[in-house]
Design a protein around this ligand. Structure first.
Ligand code: ADP
Ligand code: MG
Length: 439
């Protein structure tokens, strides 16, 4: 590798990684540095912890493949914060465990009539934890920005006060940690970790339904945090009163502070969101194209993003500039894709049939290869074919946590690349899933 300049090689790797996985390209990729390129290891320097997390979770595969193609060696890739150039770092070192998505900031959130109250209350809460609206309860359908706002609150609160202790959990994580604590006879320690927080943020609280014991525990946690005068922020897919199978005493507590709903965005807001998302990806689009995308896709903002990603991918592969005509061609494919919605259940159906196992086996704790392999394949396919988060995928497969899902995705992804038989099997399963009759 010595003959070429390290920076040059690294530039090629980033360009190749962008081409392999356009969905995760961000403009700050240009700020990535090479901290190491030797001995089979490519060390990628990131501006901060949030971007490093984002790359580890989403781009490990594309960067590895890119690095292998560019160098011709079986190298591995590691992402870490580049501390060499302090000026590079976007913000104060947040030095905390919280895993926040670098896209999900207030700056990147487009405010419109549909989300104004939710946005304003989140900003207020992030400025003074525990002393404005407590609890703050956000609700709205999937894909309307609840998780985005929760991340933004944490990010802002942390920037304002680096000492603030915030626990941010998906509901599944809360349940899983609780269950683990019971198994390990460690409930007191579980409870203690919430007693000292300044903020407790739990996303998608609706998953607590039918979890009586976890609801009970959550009730005590809620009281402890609340009585300490500390902030609680929750999100759900419906308002407190409409959450099915929730104990009345919880429902009433959810309404003590502020309940803010998010509605589907208007056309104008959608146009602004398309522009914002394009900007994040460094994609130059005209007003005409932004309006076209916003008109075509309206159900859910995640689909708007999917449309843009398609557009980006088509532009990259054809080498064409993004024109209205290209957008029309790209989105015609996209619309078919969007209506052909693939659910985790579709995937589980095909995989269980192929391996002749039951869903209950996949959700069980059994680790024998005959169960573990189909389970991991489900995780891998769900990651590739749906937009569910690692947490959500783990939730469907017996409440496994996101690191387990990530491990499965890496493992099966590796086998997909290196083993022809696995590749053929995954191809076949994907075909069956995408072609199975849709509701
Ligand atoms: P939810 O948690 O409500 O299902 P998310 O927060 O995951 O939704 O949002 C889905 C996607 O839509 C994310 O990429 C998010 O950044 C984006 N999004 C939602 N609302 C907005 C908004 N007002 N401005 C910018 N992006 C948004
Ligand atoms: Mg969410």
């Amino acid at each position: 590798m010595a003959t070429r300049d390290v920076e040059d090689i690294f530039g090629d790797i980033v360009a190749e990684a962008k081409a392999i996985d356009p969905a995760h390209v961000r403009t700050w990729f240009d700020k990535l540095t090479v901290v190491h390129l030797d001995g089979g290891l490519v060390g990628v320097g990131c501006p901060d912890e949030a971007t490093a997390h984002f790359l580890r979770d989403n781009c490990k595969e594309s960067f590895t493949r890119a690095a292998q193609r560019v160098t011709g060696y079986l190298v591995t890739v590691e992402f870490s914060v580049d501390h060499r150039d302090e000026g590079l770092r976007r913000s104060v070192s947040l030095g905390f465990e919280l895993k926040l998505h670098p896209d999900y900031t207030f700056e990147n959130f487009v405010v419109g009539p549909s989300n104004r109250l939710a946005h304003a209350s989140c900003v207020a809460v992030s400025h003074s934890l525990g002393s404005t609206y407590n609890p703050l309860f956000l609700y709205g359908n999937s894909g309307l920005g609840k998780t985005h706002l929760l991340h933004a609150v944490c990010c802002e609160a942390k920037q304002r006060s680096t000492e603030a202790v915030i626990q941010f959990l998906s509901c599944e994580e809360f349940v899983n940690r609780f269950i683990r604590a019971i198994q390990q006879g460690n409930v007191a320690a579980f409870q203690r970790q919430f007693r000292s927080v300044d903020g407790l943020v739990i996303d998608d609280i609706q998953f607590l339904r039918e979890r009586e014991q976890s609801q009970e525990e959550f009730f005590h946690t809620f009281n402890a945090v609340y009585n300490n005068g500390k902030q609680i922020i929750l999100s759900a897919d419906s308002p407190p009163g409409k959450l099915p199978s929730f104990e009345e005493r919880l429902v009433s507590r959810f309404s003590w502070g502020l309940v803010a709903g998010i509605d589907p965005p208007s056309y104008e807001t959608r146009v602004a969101i398309v522009r914002k998302k394009a900007e994040l990806r460094g994609l130059d689009i005209t007003d005409e194209i932004a309006q076209y995308v916003a008109r075509k896709v309206h159900a859910n903002i995640r689909e708007l993003e999917g449309a843009l990603t398609t557009l980006y991918a088509v532009a990259m592969t054809t080498g064409e500039a993004v024109s209205l005509e290209l957008a029309e061609r790209a989105l015609d494919g996209q619309i078919q894709f969007a209506t052909r919605h693939i659910s985790i259940t579709d995937i589980i159906d095909v995989v269980t049939r192929h391996f002749d196992v039951r869903l209950a086996d996949l959700q069980s704790k059994r680790r024998s290869q005959s169960i573990a392999l189909p389970r991991q394949i489900c995780m891998y396919l769900a990651r590739n074919l749906t937009k569910h988060s690692l947490e959500e995928i783990g939730g469907h497969l017996g409440g496994r946590d996101h690191t387990t899902v990530m491990h499965a995705c890496n493992k099966i992804g590796e086998a997909d690349r290196s083993d022809a038989e696995t590749h053929a099997l995954l191809d076949e399963l994907t075909k069956q899933i995408t072609q199975s009759p849709q509701a």
